[in-house]
Write a protein that binds this ligand. Structure first.
Ligand code: GDP
Length: 473
């Protein structure tokens, strides 16, 4: 039907003048705002304005996002034992003291900042992936980027593979650092080859894996490493709002005889201030004092800052997320609720645990998970390869068999953590997990099975795949 201009303006919630201007732009003739428009003209106007409004909303959203300032990337360093994680952290820590000239005091607060011309990088100050995985287990994502240190004198070793698996599972971007390049026995080609064997293709070979030669001893290549970290961070467009309510992750906590509970935390969003109340898991605190990695007192800490705080009466668990609450009443209520909820869960839990593969399969079916996450352990590289070879034929379009980690040696506690976070199973061939690993798997509800015959292991996987394919009635 025809419509008068002023009616259409009202419908579109705009003034007559605004609409007349649009009609002029569209080249539509009219006498006054009381003139009528043909139905298809009115329709075209509506569509145009709809489009403009969508574009405007998108522009505003982008503007709002851009108004949130960038935050520094948070980096974790992982790798095989003795490949140089501690040395790299030491070098980075020292270089930042040197910058400050004064051989100032440093304090361990779980993370430290390195400032470069290109920007600031925050390094998690605990080498190894145990701490990292514990943090992830609790659902927090702490590191944006993982640097996997690989000694170029040795190449990829079992824990390198574990570290890569953990980093991948966390969704962090990965950079490989070929370390110990100052030693005569160092050969970056070995590192390239080993990575290629794992299906990771270095940039030097046309792939997208950054593999940088460094020496944690001489400092060679470390500026380039920092540059690459900042480049990746820029692509990730990391942002955090300092005006938001503070939240972040507990990095470490310990009881000090004199000071009481010393808690290190990383602020990820917002600004934490002295006097604030925070809740972390089942514990809360009122921040009485904060100090940073330079041992300096702080009255506030923004996104990307790691600080040690005083004010918790009990120790929150590392890896727990914390968040700001308005007052003590809220803090108490939330923590008490959480404690009750946990107790209720615990009394029900016994029955609900995943105890074996059949249970895991049922659970996956229920959640319509079309991926089976596996950790494979075997006595030799040869048997691992044999298993993976057969496996590659089992993985189909409908159900994907995802091998998170295939490694020589007995299943470890770290495997259990990985499987538990990824809702996966651990299958081992000719190697037996220790009692403590079995117990941990039991506690976390991670299926863990050992096999002596390769085909029995394969059959088990086939059963899992088949179980996923078949619809349940
Ligand atoms: P982590 O177990 O991975 O933390 O390894 P460390 O940092 O403790 O290093 C293990 C050993 O390798 C130590 O003796 C270090 O001094 C040595 N190391 C680490 N990085 C380098 C390096 O770049 N060059 C040389 N020559 N030695 C290194």
């Amino acid at each position: 039907a025809k419509i008068r201009i002023y009616q259409l303006a009202k419908e579109l919630e705009m003034s007559n003048e605004e609409l007349l201007k649009i009609l002029d732009d569209m080249g539509v003739a009219y006498k006054s705002h009381a003139s009528t428009l043909e139905e298809d003209t009115a329709q075209a106007v509506k569509e145009l304005i709809g489009e403009q409004r969508v574009a405007e909303a998108a522009r505003r959203a982008e503007e709002a996002r851009k108004a949130i300032p960038p935050r520094p990337p948070v980096v974790v360093i992982m790798g095989h034992v003795d490949h140089g994680k501690t040395s790299l952290l030491d070098y980075l820590r020292k270089s930042r003291i040197a910058e400050k000239e004064a051989g100032g005091i440093t304090q361990h607060v779980g993370a430290f900042e390195v400032k470069t011309e290109g920007g600031t990088v925050v390094f998690i100050d605990t080498p190894g992936h145990e701490a990292f995985t514990t943090i992830r287990q609790r659902g927090a994502k702490v590191a944006d980027i993982a640097v996997i240190v690989i000694a170029a004198t040795e190449g990829v070793m079992p824990q390198t593979k574990e570290a890569i698996a953990h980093a991948k599972a966390s969704g962090a971007k990965i950079i490989y650092a070929a370390n110990k390049m100052d030693l005569p026995g160092a050969d970056i080609n070995r590192v390239y080859q080993d990575l290629m064997q794992m299906g990771i293709v270095p940039v030097a070979y046309g792939g997208d894996a950054e593999v940088l030669p460094i020496s944690a001893k001489t400092g060679q290549g470390i500026p380039e490493l920092l540059e690459t970290i900042l480049l990746i961070a820029e692509l990730e467009d990391l942002r955090a709002d300092p005006k938001a309510e503070a939240q972040g992750v507990i990095l470490e906590s310990r009881m000090d005889k004199q000071a009481g509970a010393l808690v290190s935390l990383l602020v990820q969003q917002g600004t934490l201030r002295v006097g604030d109340y925070v809740v972390a898991g089942e514990h809360w605190g009122k921040i009485r004092a904060m100090s940073d990695a330079d041992g300096k007192r702080r009255s506030e800490a923004g996104p990307g800052s790691a600080v040690q705080v005083l004010g918790f009466s009990e120790l929150p668990v590392a890896g727990e997320t914390f968040f700001w609450v308005p007052d003590q009443v809220a803090a108490k209520e939330i923590t008490e609720e959480r404690i009750e909820e946990r107790r209720a869960r615990e009394s029900q839990a016994e029955a609900g645990r995943t105890r074996n593969l059949a249970d895991l399969m049922r659970r996956m079916r229920e959640s319509e998970q079309k991926e089976i996450n596996l950790i494979l352990r075997a006595d030799t590289q040869g048997s691992l390869e044999a298993i993976q070879n057969i496996l590659s034929k089992e993985s189909g379009d409908e159900v994907k068999v995802n091998v998170l980690l295939a490694a020589v040696g007995a299943p470890s506690e770290s495997d259990v953590l990985l499987a538990s976070t990824a809702h996966g199973a651990i299958l081992s061939f000719n190697v037996n997990p220790s009692g403590s690993v079995r117990k941990m798997a039991e506690q976390k509800g991670v299926p863990l099975q050992s096999f002596r015959v390769i085909y029995e292991l394969i059959d088990e996987i086939r059963r899992m795949v088949k179980g996923q394919r078949e619809p349940v009635f």
